[in-house]
Every structure is written in C-alpha cells, then in structure tokens.
Design a binder for this molecule. Sequence first.
Ligand code: SF4
Ligand code: SF4
Length: 215
Amino acid sequence: MRRGVSLQDISDGRLYRAEDWVRADAGGCQGCFFCCCHTARAIVLDPLDVARLTHGLRLSFEQLLQQYVELGVEEGLLLPHLRSEGREERCVFLNAEGRCAQHALRPGICRLFPLARYYDAQGLHYIIQKNECVKKNRKLIQVQTWIDMPQLAQYEHFVKQWHDFRIRAVQQAGGDLKGLNLYLLRVFYQTPWEEAAFYQQFAARLKQAEDDLGI
Ligand code: SF4
Ligand code: SF4
C-alpha cells in the first residue's frame, strides 16, 4: 500500500484473503483500457514477472530492457517496470484494439487490478481499490479466481518474501543503495531463471543474498 494514506482513503476498508469474495470482476473490461494507460511506471516487475516474460517472449533481461521494460526508482531501489508510449502513456503491451497483447504473461500487479496488496504482521492481504477501476457494477469473484495464478500458496509466499527482503535489504544497506541496487539487479533479474521450478530457484537465491548482504 502507498505510504501516507489510510486504508479507508483508498479502499472499502476491508482486508481480503485469497478465498474471499470481492467485487473486482470487470467482466472482460468491454473495450475499456483505462488502467493500461498512465500506469506503466507503477507496474514494477518482480523476479517472477521477469522470469515469465523472458521465457514467454524468448528474450534475455537485457533484450527486455531494450524493448519493453525500463528501470525506475521504487522506494529507494532501482527496479524494472513496464515501458509506456505516446501521449496517453499506453503500456507497451497494449495493442491497437485496446487489449493486452501479453495477457498470459501479464505481471502480477496487472493480475490484481483493481485489487492491490496490503502487508501487515499477519501477512499478505488484498484490498479493493476505490476510484481506480472506472467500471461500475463489478461482479463478485473469489480473489484467487481473479488473480488466476497457478500454485497460489507458493506464489503468495514468494510475494511476501520478496517484499520483506527488499525492506530488510534497504535497512541493512544504510546509505549504500548503489551497491545494493547493482547486486539485486544482477542476482534477481539479469541472471537468467531456468524455465521450471522458479520458487525453488528463488529460495536458493534469496538465501544466498541474505548471506551475502548479512541480513
Ligand atoms: S501488461 Fe497488459 S494488462 Fe498490464 S498494463 Fe500492460 S496492457 Fe495492461
Ligand atoms: S479500469 Fe476497470 S474496466 Fe477499465 S480496463 Fe481497468 S479493470 Fe478493466
């Protein structure tokens, strides 16, 4: 969740879990592509997003950076996000018909919208953002159905680990964010991921990173 705003400011004030039902189903969006414009900088890619894009598009991370992705600063860290184009700042994957050309490979943040993630001491929750999706009368749908991510329990564990690790890494780095950024980019983005068993690979890299960074 963005800092400096309350839960009630941006949502219905409720926290949801994967098995809960929520009014998020935009019914195929029916020609709307509002949330695929002016948002690309906010679509920050995690290592799984990049693993799926590199395999799905048969590109290296460096090739992704040349065409579809750029680096931006997110809470002190240099992380990849999707590129945008034109005055409408259309996401680079938005096609001429206003549909996502890479729907099967879309990043985790796109899978959520109009949901978002919320972290607290109890773990990962979801919130429904108000004033973000322009479609009225959205239908009820189970959070896990809406996200449509295989191996959801493992995915949520990864999302929480990656979130917590970044916070601890920034705290540990103190002022040396340049060194941390170079390390994170190399270990979690530039070094290719094997196509199978992402979560096992991530666990091994995370353990190594915690050792290397002393966290
Ligand atoms: S990746 Fe697809 S769903 Fe996500 S912003 Fe781009 S066009 Fe929209
Ligand atoms: S704003 Fe809502 S209806 Fe429009 S594209 Fe996004 S999710 Fe679909």
